[in-house]
Design a protein around this ligand. Sequence first.
Ligand code: ASP
Length: 280
Amino acid sequence: MKVIIHGGFFSESDQSHEVKTAKQESLKEIVKRTFEYLQYHSAFDTAAFAVSLLEDDELYNAGTGSQIQSDGVIRMSAAIMDGKTEKMSGVINIQDVKNPIFVAKALMKEDDRVLGGSGAKKYATEHGFENFSTEIPKRREEYQAKLNNGGKGTVGCVVIDKNGKLAVATSTGGKGFEIPGRISDSATVAGNYANAFCAVSCTGVGEDIVSNATAAKIVTRVTDGMSLQNAFEKTFEELKTIDGFAGAIAIDKDGNSYHQDSYPTMVFASFDGENLETFN
Ligand code: ASP
């Protein structure tokens, strides 16, 4: 059993030492809580659980603390994929729900599994998800000052459970200041993908991740026999042709995990019950 989580990018230039330490502590705490949860739950349930904890922590650009779009509105996206069933479900540009990942998870039982905008919100309301503002004062101040955090958010989790099943979940508040209607990679197969061989969650500039098809490519390469490391190296090499900005975490069916970013530093933590690894 193993859990690896990420909390997007950390930039030395626009974030303080205190924020860095807070993110390290928060990731360690969340990865440990998630590992405990994994003892009694499937990879699928655990991936959603981890992402909901990250969404609830306002340090990250997902759920509470999401960035604000150019028209002053927060729109969030999230997706989950079960490596066992090879099915994905998600929400794109949903407003005013506490945990977009739980709405994405609820959609797994539907025939229509990815909903956008007002349809996603209507579904959430009809299925008991209360109206909840995910705005925090800091994001509004950044928005008023027209500060753009530049696409360094997003949270994600990849996990392998005691039965060797894999799952991935990813959630984002987007890039910040985007044109209303813009679609993030996070609820697409480029940003969030898993099967029986490998699970990958991405962060970075959604347009680059979609152009590179990052998560789907890494998973396909591992499925076809490449090692995790080789699959990452080839995929990130290809990202260079578009000067792409991305980071990803992954786990394979043998419990190997890997992470790579094109521009340091993606913030992440992993835990297998013994070894706790985190970013520096
Ligand atoms: N990938 C997200 C997006 O483009 C943002 C991020 O990961 O920082 O919407």
